[in-house]
Design a protein around this ligand. Structure first.
Ligand code: NAD
Length: 481
């Protein structure tokens, strides 16, 4: 079992606390390694290193910074299986999904490496015809990045790559549950030879290191992905000291199955959207709104397709759905299943912790379907973040749009229909940052903006060209000869 370290000023070092925390494989409960439980002092050292590296890094050309990102991409690609295995062992996602995510990280790095050669300003005509006026985007300085455990490669990289290409230096605090995967990714930045202090990683509790990032006067921008409860607190702290911040948070994503939907495609998209990654995606389908005329036919097909889901240790061939990421996560999911029953929803599939043989060792919950759910029930309003869906029936498409919008969240939404009018109405009426037609709710393309509406986001966008908005400030320059 390996003990991992913090990465500060180009070196791997233990926390000054001397403390570490074990990381548990949710499929087996075996210890897979341990990571530092860091302190405010460790964070101060990282901020100092990032501050010292800042000016020289910002002075490099975008192309030179891009060259580093290309090197990191190649290194991650060469260690793809090793990184993906660490991910599966830390948080339970199946190995093929973990490999897909790691490959996504490589593609994101290459995309942003290319951004180093693209424009960072505009020429604006001055009313003074002897003057030259233009904008120039400049880095924020030191940026703090706080990430969750559910996409432990893609999310850190979709924040780090744009932060770096636009000239910022960074401190990342990954989720403690996936600190080993994070360390392996950061090791690729180390091997690529980035100047010391440009990238720093400090692991530890959110209440110490996460909160420390939010309140540190040396950090000019905070990019956070995680739960809405933690996000709201970060917003308060950042506003109080005038730091720039960006939050991407939870979802309660609906899929609408219209009366004319292709039911086979709708079932396939519902299962994939709801149960891949054990339902632990911010864009996972959690509410299935079905037209009453096809409800029975849809439910029959759905229930028979559920039988195909093979559950087990994500490292084993043929396994389609792994365990919940931790014991705590499993307990949360099971408690929502109990709430659903108490609220009067009808449990039509699953609903239990899996037991027997290898299941006894891990945190496995059956994929679960509730029928006859009322939109006001807790299981239809709150993010469960597990393999549980709620079926809600509607009679006309306007009612479906109202139901789709009937939660505090607004991350992703999809519809299955052949009717172009319904598609266009859906695009206009649904409150979601990601709107998908005849496709599952989960699914993000790295070159397009990503983010939510309502309580899912701070209303900024990540990824694609949109990332420049957060990671830079605009200077308006007026030059007169
Ligand atoms: P979480 O909010 O518990 O933790 C996220 C990160 O914040 C972790 O690194 C954690 O240590 C840190 N943190 C905890 N308390 C903190 C504090 N007081 N101050 C600062 N940082 C603190 O979330 P999680 O359980 O790791 O992840 C699951 C959540 O993330 C779900 O709600 C999911 O929807 C959301 N998510 C959103 C997106 C998106 O892009 N919208 C993507 C993935 C996950």
């Amino acid at each position: 079992m390996q003990t991992y370290s913090n990465y500060i000023a180009g070196e791997w070092s233990p926390s000054v606390s001397g403390k570490t925390k074990e990381i548990i494989n949710p499929a087996t409960q075996e210890v897979v390694g341990s990571a530092p439980v860091s302190t405010a002092e460790d964070l101060d050292a990282a901020v100092q290193a990032a501050s010292e590296a800042r000016v020289a890094w910002a002075k490099l050309s975008g192309a030179a910074r891009g060259d580093y990102l290309y090197k990191v991409a190649n290194l991650i690609e060469s260690r793809l299986d090793e990184i993906a295995q660490a991910m599966t062992e830390e948080m339970g996602k199946t190995f093929p999904e973990a490999k897909g995510e790691t490959a996504r990280g490589v593609a994101i790095l290459r995309y942003y490496a290319g951004e180093g050669m693209r424009k960072v300003g505009d020429v604006i005509p001055s009313t003074d015809n002897e003057a030259f006026m233009f904008t120039k985007r400049v880095p924020l300085g030191v940026v703090g990045i706080i990430t969750p455990w559910n996409f432990p490669v893609a999310i850190p990289i979709w924040k780090m790559a744009p932060a770096l290409i636009y000239g910022n230096t960074i401190i990342i605090k990954p989720a403690s549950e996936t600190a080993i995967t994070a360390a392996k990714v950061i090791d690729c930045f180390h091997e690529a030879g980035l100047p010391k202090g440009v990238v720093n990683m400090v692991t530890g509790p959110g209440s110490v290191i996460g909160d420390g990032i939010v309140n540190h006067p040396g950090i000019m921008g905070i990019s956070f992905t995680g739960s809405d409860v933690v996000g709201r607190g970060i917003a308060k702290g950042a506003v109080a000291r005038g730091a720039k911040f960006q939050l991407e948070m939870g979802g309660k994503n609906p899929v609408i199955i219209a009366a004319d939907a292709d039911l086979d495609k709708a079932v396939e998209g519902t299962i994939s959207g709801a149960f891949r990654s054990t339902g632990q995606k911010c864009t996972a389908t959690s509410r299935v709104l079905v037209h009453s005329s096809i409800k029975e036919a849809f439910a029959d097909k759905l229930l028979s397709a559920m039988e195909e889901i093979k559950i087990g240790n994500g490292m084993e061939d043929g396994v389609w759905m792994g365990p919940c990421s931790s014991e705590g996560q499993m307990e949360t999911v099971l408690s929502y299943i109990e709430k659903g029953k108490e609220e009067g929803a009808k449990l039509i599939y699953g609903g239990n912790r899996l037991a027997g043989s290898e299941y006894d060792k891990g945190f496995y919950v059956e994929p679960t379907i509730f029928d006859e759910v009322d939109s006001k029930m807790q299981i239809a309003q709150e993010e469960i973040f597990g393999p549980v869906i709620a079926l809600i029936t509607f009679d006309d498409i306007e009612e479906a749009f109202e139901l789709a919008n009937d939660t505090p969240f607004g991350l992703s939404a999809s519809i299955y229909t052949e009717n172009i009018g319904a598609m266009l109405q859906f695009i206009d009426n649904v409150d979601a940052g990601l709107v998908r037609i005849n496709a599952e709710t989960a699914g993000v393309e790295l070159q397009a903006p990503f983010g939510g509406m309502k309580q899912s986001s701070s209303h900024s966008r990540e990824q694609g060209e949109a990332a420049i908005e957060f990671y830079t400030s605009i200077k308006t320059v007026f030059v007169k000869g």
